[in-house]
Design a protein around this ligand. Structure first.
Ligand code: DGJ
Length: 561
């Protein structure tokens, strides 16, 4: 093997011959009011795909899956690394799965988010290695209300916590050695959809802890953030007298909702401890994902980071940078809003890829529309449909991911500035509107949504072609009197707060050529309803250019009295 003499190495290092700038490790940073992920020293918008649970279970299958995700325009793959494969024998770590995943992501030039399936996945413990699951004495299970052991590990299992922490720390150490300079892995999810299918653990130790005092740190947080807590937690606390000390039932009541707060403290403390150890080994942003609350605690995993108890997670797990919704609910806008907070950027690690279990019209092509709302209205850090690999190349979600990805430099520039807004029609269309009918309506003052930006109000009329479609998109005030509009099913006019008349100076179709947005067609005539509106699609009766889906337009305005 050829070796450089030591003196030559020293000289080369001194004159900088070997020094290449090494980017900082991926981290979160503030940009105006937005929190963004910085990767390779630049803001990065995660337009990802979360693979099916077993898709990283063999190198060949993972390669096939990532190949498909790239065809669907995902820039990031979210995929499991499992405790059972990492530590098949107690104390012996095997990093083959992780090494292969990193190699595959690099080969396909995508980023990777590692999902650590450790003590819990979807409320149960099937990813804990067999040596853990077969020994309920060392690794105790949670108990149900009748005192019977459940299949899930208990948060009171100190040996479970220690073993999971050691494995996760080893994973993070290995990742650091492997990837600190390349930054292929940009974030790590710690566990998956945790919580108990019982409102609380009824093990004897759990019963004593539950009868004991609420930790002072949580009580201090409640008192300091009185009036700003999540409405659910605030109400629970108030209904029980807003106490500043007491047992769990005294402070939060003796209901299943009170039990949930206790479990949130337990899961967040356990996971926060594991996360802190992993972060000390390699300082990547870590997050926890939630099975959303619906019905009573225990029907959904009780104690997971759902929006009602995020505050508890913030106190108990400071090493977890954010709580993330697995957003399969139909009320996308409402759920997204509950997770977007000054201390918690919106990060959607799972959502319907397209048609899901319920093939209702409303769910059809949902992700293809919702991504615009997430990144523009909520300054989202990540939007990643689940099982994306099953979607069609060139289909609606692929088209949206490509367009949003091509727009991402401008989206990232305007996140957190108050100069960008999302558009998302959620209600059914009033009538199957034709574009021409829409135009007639906008010539009055009526619109479906008004957006104030840059001294103008954009009046947006939803103009979808069929009752199954919904309008969506985004609008950015890119410069004085200039707007970029992207989306579909839109008819837009502008008014000014100070001037009587607003006119369109120029309307340009935007096309993405060689990595940059440039002017395509100058739009006028039928494509703008004789210069009176911006509309996407430009003209429904054009049977020459039949491509459907979102488009991008740049508009320059003028005003006069
Ligand atoms: C939510 C979980 O977090 C995922 O791992 C997966 O099981 C999906 N549900 C879909 O089944």
């Amino acid at each position: 093997m050829h070796r450089y003499p030591a003196t030559a190495l020293l000289a080369a290092a001194l004159c900088g011959a070997f020094t290449t700038a090494i980017a900082k490790v991926p981290h979160l940073a503030q940009h105006g009011t937005a929190t963004q992920l910085i990767v390779d020293d630049k803001p990065f918008l995660i337009l990802g795909g979360q693979v099916h649970n077993s898709s990283s279970g063999s190198p060949e299958y993972f390669d096939r899956t990532v190949t498909k995700l790239v065809q669907l325009h995902a820039n990031t793959v979210l995929a499991p690394v499992t405790w059972e494969l990492l530590e098949p024998t107690e104390g012996t770590y095997d990093f083959a799965q992780l090494d292969d995943m990193v190699r595959t992501a690099r080969k396909h030039r995508v980023k990777l988010i590692v999902l650590w399936f450790g003590s819990w996945k979807n409320g149960v413990s099937q990813y804990a290695p067999a040596w853990v699951r077969r020994d309920p004495v060392r690794f105790p299970r949670a108990h149900d209300a009748n005192g019977r052991p459940m299949s899930a590990l208990s948060t009171f299992g100190e040996n479970s916590r220690t073993a999971d922490k050691a494995a996760f720390t080893a994973l993070m150490q290995h990742l650091r050695a492997l990837d600190e300079q390349e930054n292929t892995v940009i974030m790590v999810q710690v566990q998956n959809e945790v919580g108990l299918f019982e409102s609380r653990d009824h093990r004897p130790e759990a019963n004593s802890a539950f009868a004991g005092p609420v930790p002072q740190a949580l009580l201090n947080y409640l008192a300091t953030n009185r009036g700003r807590l999540t409405p659910h937690l605030e109400a629970l606390w108030q209904q029980n007298g807003s106490k500043e000390r007491g047992s769990w039932t005294e402070v939060f009541g003796s209901t299943k909702e009170g039990n949930e707060v206790f479990m949130a403290w337990r899961y967040a403390s356990y996971i926060g401890d594991i996360a802190a150890a992993g972060k000390a080994a390699y300082n990547l942003p870590l997050y926890a994902n939630a099975w959303l609350a619906s019905g009573e605690p225990g029907k959904f995993p009780s104690g997971g980071p759902n929006h009602r108890v995020i505050d508890v997670w913030k106190v108990a797990a400071p090493a977890i940078s954010l709580c993330a919704p697995d957003l399969y609910a139909d009320n996308f806008k409402e759920v997204a809003a509950t997770y977007h907070r000054p201390d918690n950027p919106l990060f959607i690690p799972e959502t319907h890829a397209d048609v899901w279990y319920k093939p209702s019209a409303l769910l059809l092509h949902q992700a293809a529309r919702n991504v615009f709302w997430a990144v523009a209205h909520h300054d989202a850090v990540c939007f990643a449909p689940f099982g994306l690999e099953g979607q069609a190349v060139g289909g609606p979600i692929a088209t949206s991911l490509k367009l949003v990805s091509d727009l991402s430099p401008v989206i990232l520039q305007f996140q957190g500035t108050g100069r960008m807004e999302g558009i998302l029609q959620t209600e059914a269309p009033k009538a199957a509107a034709s574009q021409l009918e829409g135009v007639k309506e906008t010539s009055g003052t009526k619109s479906d949504c008004d957006i104030a930006l840059g001294g103008y109000v954009a009046h947006v009329l939803y103009s979808t072609a069929s009752p199954d479609e919904r309008a969506y998109g985004l609008i950015i005030n890119t410069a004085p009197d200039e707007f970029l509009i992207a989306g579909d099913g839109l008819v837009v006019t502008f008014s000014s707060a100070t001037k009587r008349e607003v006119g369109f100076a120029e309307i340009w179709e935007q096309v993405f050529v060689d990595g940059a947005w440039v002017n395509g067609r100058r739009l006028n005539g039928d494509q703008t309803n004789q210069g009176s509106v911006v509309q996407i699609p430009f003209w429904r009766w054009d049977n020459f250019d039949t491509a459907t889906g979102p488009r991008v337009v740049k508009v320059k305005l003028f005003t006069h009295d």
